[in-house]
Design a protein around this ligand. Structure first.
Ligand SMILES: [Zn+2]
Length: 545
């Protein structure tokens, strides 16, 4: 054996109660679980009663865009230092592959937002992307989704029209190719262009290959606010309709579906939390294989253009400069702010593409408006022009605000919720605290301090359950024969140390992280030169290295 971890309090990822034992590791796998007093190994760690859990799985990441960079180990160190060993990339409809002539411009533009570095884009399809990563080495495991936005742009350019039957078939072909190239499923970003232009019928057509290959469907849903259509006699809130749309993909193809980053945007939506969670349960009872994921903060990152009405997305320049269109946009923004219960204090600028304007990073729209003496909504429209639509923001009104987080706690407590960071970590700009503290915050604040869920259940929902959702077969549990991805931590001290104004603080309590049998985090510090991650691929319906 290469490594023996003695006296660990093992949470095996199943949700079962822990037991104290030794773990023997060899060839990157867990070889033995039990009393290994007489066994020998090249290295030994005395866990001395620390908790041992499977490596955490980040269910919703955008760091797949960072992995092609040679120095990605430094940029992504905060992920490993909070115990993450596997990330699911390609979310919200945005994957770096496949690159085809039609989408090259978009992939590079999205890439600029999500990794903020010059890349050589030395790949074309999903297979060559994953092969390249494997060849160059990755700092943690990757399970890659293929994104609807990437595919749709490749086939239709930036068109806002409905897809024709031929276009749907062409997109489905691209999805099939990506799944055969190792993608583990398909993602949508229905709140962003071009996802916002696709109807449910298009999505069902494009995802047909999932039924053949068995990959998962993940969706940044159509709506995270509770707004009824004026002409709807039932007055069904839009976030319930969005959940039904996610379930429709399960109904059509029988595949697992994941309602990504379940949030409730703005005060007016928070009160719909119970109704949405009950609807989720009802769908699950009706055999929809559906679950959601969430981050443990009331803020989440998105782009500056996210507030603009759909009609403005294809003509942003005009929408902020043409007096008539700008007036229309402003009225729409003001109406939405009031209807959703949002304010410009909530919107904090995290990163701007033009480094000469970096002084805006960390400020809220309201703070900029005060400094300029301008109307806040006009300031937003001005900033959209000055900083560009791809400037990143954090909105601090997701399922709560400041210490008011009743909605957030209901989501985190819910048994169908897995956990995720959903951050954009580039090494530049102002960070999202979730990049540093997500998993420690759940285990510290919500498990130990607030007793919202038990430690074994929380670990299950960040390991074994997450692996099962993503069809990952070779990790997620501490079992003989599975990959040796492990986190050793102190349940009494584990915790997140970030704040909104100091987002880049390392967590407490994570001592050691083992990735495919190699110790990569010691005393809480990741050795950023290590490349012990593996690329996981969908093969015969199961995802494995
Ligand atoms: Zn998203």
């Amino acid at each position: 054996m290469d490594l023996i971890i003695r006296n660990a309090c093992v949470y095996d990822g199943s949700g079962a109660e822990p037991f104290t034992t030794d773990l023997g590791i060899g060839g990157g796998q867990i070889e033995a679980i039990g009393d290994l007093t007489d066994a020998e190994a090249a290295a030994t760690i005395d866990a001395d009663g620390l908790a041992a859990a499977p490596g955490f799985i980040d269910m919703h990441s955008h760091s797949d865009w960072v992995l092609p960079q040679p120095h990605h180990g430094e940029v992504l160190a905060p992920l490993l230092e909070q115990g993450i060993t596997t990330l699911v990339g390609g979310n919200c409809g945005a994957s770096p592959a496949p690159i085809v002539p039609g989408n090259e411009g978009r992939v590079k533009a999205v890439g600029r937002m999500l990794h903020d570095q010059a890349l050589d884009y030395a790949w074309t399809d999903m297979a060559t992307f994953l092969d390249l990563l494997e060849r160059n080495g990755v700092a943690l495991n990757l399970a890659q989704l293929v994104g609807h936005g990437t595919i749709r742009t490749g086939v239709m350019g930036g068109a806002s029209e409905r897809a024709t039957d031929e276009e749907v078939a062409a997109m489905a072909d691209q999805v099939r190719g990506a799944l055969d190239g190792g993608a583990i499923g398909f993602s949508t970003g229905l709140g962003y262009a071009p996802g916002v232009f696709a109807d449910t019928e298009e999505l069902i057509g494009v995802t047909a290959p999932l039924a053949e290959r068995g990959g998962i469907y993940t969706s940044h849903a159509r709506s995270y606010v509770a707004l009824a259509r004026r002409d709807d006699p039932d007055q069904t809130p839009s976030n319930i309709r969005a959940l039904d749309e996610t379930a429709a993909i399960h109904r059509a193809h029988g595949v697992k579906v994941q309602h990504s980053h379940l949030i409730f945007v703005g005060d007016e939506s928070w009160s719909s939390t119970d109704r949405v969670l009950e609807h989720l349960e009802r769908l699950a009872e009706q055999d929809a294989d559906i679950a959601c994921d969430a981050f443990p903060y009331v803020g989440g990152n998105t782009t500056l253009a996210v507030f603009m009405p759909a009609w403005a997305l294809t003509q942003l320049d005009k929408a902020v400069s043409d007096p008539e269109l700008r007036g229309k946009a402003k009225r729409s923004l003001e109406r939405n702010q009031a209807n959703f219960g949002m304010c410009w204090d909530d919107t904090q600028i995290m990163w701007v593409p033009d480094r000469a304007l970096a002084r805006y990073e960390g400020l809220t729209i309201a703070e900029v408006a005060t400094a300029r003496g301008t109307d806040p909504t006009d300031t937003y429209l001005d900033l959209l022009r000055e900083l560009g639509p791809r400037a990143r923001i954090i909105n601090w009104n997701y399922s709560g605000r400041d210490d008011e987080e009743a909605s957030l706690r209901k989501v985190l407590k819910h048994p169908r919720t897995c956990f995720e960071t959903d951050t954009i970590l580039t090494g530049q700009g102002f960070d999202n605290p979730a990049s540093y503290g997500t998993f420690p915050r759940i285990l510290g604040r919500y498990v130990r301090e607030l007793g919202l869920l038990s430690l074994s259940e929380a670990i299950h929902r960040m390991t074994g359950m997450s692996a099962q959702r993503m069809n990952i077969a070779d990790r997620g549990f501490i079992r003989e024969g599975l990959a040796a991805d492990l986190v050793l931590f102190d349940p009494d001290t584990i915790g997140d140390n970030t704040t909104r104004k100091a987002p880049d603080r390392s967590p407490s309590g994570i001592e050691t992280v083992v990735l495919n049998g190699q110790v990569v985090v010691r005393d809480g510090r990741f050795d950023s030169t290590r490349r012990d991650g593996k690329v996981l691929r969908l093969q015969k319906g199961l995802v494995r290295a």
